[in-house]
Write a protein that binds this ligand. Sequence first.
Ligand code: C2E
Ligand code: CA
Ligand code: CA
Length: 578
Amino acid sequence: MSMKILIVDDDQVDRIHIKRMMRRIDSGNVITEAEDVDSALSLIIEQNFDVVLLDYTMPKKNGLELLKEIQEQNIEKHSAIIMMSTSEQEELALSCLQAGAHDFIIKSDITGYRLRRAILAAQARFDMETKLKESYKKVKQLAEQDNLTKLANRYFFDESLKLTIANNERQKHKTALLLFDLDHFKYVNDTHGHDVGDILLQKVVHRIHTCLRGNEVFSRLGGDEFAIILNHLDRVGDAEKVSLRILNVLIKPFFINDAQINMAASIGISIYPDNANDASDLFKKADIAMYKAKKLGRNQIAFFEDEMQQQFLNRYKIENDLSQALDKQQFELFYQPVFNCEDSAIIGFEALLRWHSDQGLISPDIFIPIAEESRLIKPIGRWVISQACRQISIWQEHCPDLTMAINLSPIQLLDSLLLPHIKKCFKQYSIQPETIEFEITETALLDDSWQTQAVINSLSELGCKIALDDFGTGFSSLSHLHHFPIDTVKIDKSLMPPEGVDFSNEKIIHGLVIMLQYLKLNIVAEGVEFQSHLTLCQMLNIQKLQGYLLSKPLPPGEINKIALFSRYPNMMPCVVRQ
Ligand code: C2E
Ligand code: CA
Ligand code: CA
């Protein structure tokens, strides 16, 4: 079979000799000649040779140097290389083979037969080497590539980030690390299935590729979490530009099978060397920034800032302490009485959680969101239900009609243990379900997953009452009042006019109340702080009132006391017990 052959030798006589041999082996062989290493190298870069016959001894650079240059420049060799030398030194032969030659031949031995054997052996070695390289490449890919998206994986990303930073330490370049995940991706998996989730990830990656130049390290770290390393940054603003482009391309809906899926991402950015000196610190800071971006309301970008770290650490400490609070018995329930507007009698209570942490009393407005994010609200919430049921059963011994309102956060509605727990408590404390009202906020209803729906319906079917909390603050969609079994609406305290008279607020409350009364819903006014509020509620005929004017949330012992001395006849009988 004819071959393309390159002869590299400074000696013209030797070249002619070898050429003759090669023609004798096969007259169709195409032979090119080079006199030195440099011209040989450019020929090898430009063309593909089946065989390179390379002289070891040449004046400027020897054959070994050509082998080294081929390796250093990472030239994909397609040729079997045979080194020729006048020397018989074994060491020289060995170092040539180590440098990448496939065979070694002594010039004085060159005959047609020897050359043909050398070529065959070199080609066999070359083929073996190629196969080995390919399988190495495959293994490497498996180890470094994410199978689904074909992006670099976590391992490759970690190594690249370290390498980039080590290089930039010398070159004084800036690097940006963009870390992001897809907002509510879990929801897509849960509602459309994992196959759709997988296709979505591939489509997302495809769109993001259009925002990049191609020289960035773009990796999937796992699940729906991605990272991009932007190297040699001219301006920090460039990281923002790329991030904005990414948010932009994700905004358009995705169509998979017959489903339309809307996606967004939260991107956290940290900059080397401004924010961190090493890879792991840079990563942590991008993570903190991403957390912040999510907090900003998703589909957002956040750069790392120093104070974020402190906030993050504080939050982390609270979460950590919170995880031990149940065991340490640091929780207590306060009860805020709910009053009947007509005769000022206490008709029920709302259970409000208090946390006596090692750092002192922490407000629920601070720890409840953290408990929700960390899902600790599930066990804590179950504890609240047990306690509130136990307490109301004691008070109900004297006033069976007293009701207990218990707050349920959206996360609790996804707790598979919630319903069994409630049923267990009702049984244990002989509770009539209709005396328990669960308060949920509209955000819980916005996540219109079947699970949330099912739990609210089950609670209602059990006989419990459902109250819509904080009405008037969020979306206050009337359709929620229609689609969910809502018994009571609690008008948020922020709608109460400030002391003195504010006609605009009054009009809003007035309108709301008329609408709710028309829908035959029970109404509770929250935040009754001043006499003017009380008068307003009486005027609007709101039946149930709650607020500092009437009573703050109190520990059970205090409730017993106010009932003992007070003007609230309904509570009178239950004063003896705690
Ligand atoms: P919320 O459910 O809207 O509870 C009413 C909040 O308003 C309580 O704050 C209460 O102390 C306060 N409040 C009552 N009357 C007045 C008033 O006249 N004026 C003003 N300015 N405020 C008044 P608190 O106890 O700090 O609870 C804050 C929030 O924490 C609650 O808001 C609720 O969303 C959440 N939370 C409290 N306990 C629990 C619980 O056991 N489980 C869950 N999931 N959330 C809870
Ligand atoms: Ca409430
Ligand atoms: Ca409320």
